[in-house]
Design a protein around this ligand. Structure first.
Ligand SMILES: Nc1ncnc2c1ncn2[C@@H]1O[C@H](COP(=O)(O)OP(=O)(O)OP(=O)(O)O)[C@@H](O)[C@H]1O
Ligand SMILES: O=C(O)c1ccc[n+]([C@@H]2O[C@H](COP(=O)([O-])O)[C@@H](O)[C@H]2O)c1
Length: 190
């Protein structure tokens, strides 16, 4: 039997409950064996960067998933120079591990963006995309993706960054350990 592996790629600047909830919902609803959360080195489509280092994003992600036995962090994209195109990543992962099926989890904002992903037609042969609903976006797409219904979560990394900058509380929006890391390293304050 092939292992069923979920991959949630992201910038995770910072990781938040939205990421953890969608990863856990897809894991359970599709009966996956595991979910790997995979931070990118350079997001292919985001223009503005917050100034957080990859090292900080990775440290926060490790803290965020610490207590889930079926979650892990995959650092493959952090070791590759340039924009982290998913096509290159999935080709490399599939070459290393052939006896598995890959489910690439994305939020509805990314579903809308799929037509502009690098080499999307070839990428569709390497992974099964799984779209999850997100406020203000639809899951309509011409591509053959699976939809998993998750509780609507109106949390985003940008919301968290803005709150920290304004001195507002981020309690319960991300795990306590991540909040402590943000405070200790003075992230997002300016
Ligand atoms: N609240 C959410 N509900 C559903 N999907 C989400 C949610 N937050 C993030 N995602 C999905 O998780 C993946 C990684 O997201 P990312 O790390 O860019 O976080 P983000 O909150 O979208 O960040 P930012 O606010 O900086 O754009 C993307 O596929 C995104 O669509
Ligand atoms: O390969 C692409 O062209 C591509 C375009 C947009 C997003 N992605 C990937 O989709 C995941 C979510 O992206 P982001 O920027 O919302 O964190 C992350 O793994 C990105 O590398 C990939």
């Amino acid at each position: 039997m092939k292992r069923k592996i979920g991959i949630l790629g992201g910038t995770f600047d910072p990781p938040h409950m939205g990421h953890l909830i969608i990863a856990n919902e897809v894991l359970n609803q599709l009966e996956l064996d595991e979910v790997r959360l995979m931070p990118n080195r350079e997001p292919p489509h985001k223009e503005k960067r917050s100034g957080t280092t990859a090292q900080d994003r990775l440290a926060m992600l490790r803290l965020a998933i610490e207590d889930h036995p079926l979650f892990s962090v995959d650092t493959i994209e952090l070791h590759r120079e340039g924009p982290s195109y998913t096509y290159h990543t999935m080709k490399a992962i599939r070459e290393q591990e052939t006896n598995a099926e890959y489910y690439f989890i994305i939020g509805a904002d990314m579903v809308e963006f799929l037509p502009r992903w690098y080499n999307i037609d070839k990428l569709l042969e390497l992974v099964q995309f799984v779209g999850t609903n997100r406020p203000d976006y639809t899951l309509e797409t011409p591509y053959p993706i699976l939809n998993v219904k998750v509780p609507m979560i109106e949390i985003s990394s940008s919301m968290i960054r803005n709150r920290v900058r304004n001195g507002d509380s981020i309690r319960y929006l991300t795990p306590e350990r991540v909040i402590r890391y943000i405070e200790e390293h003075h992230l997002y304050e300016t």
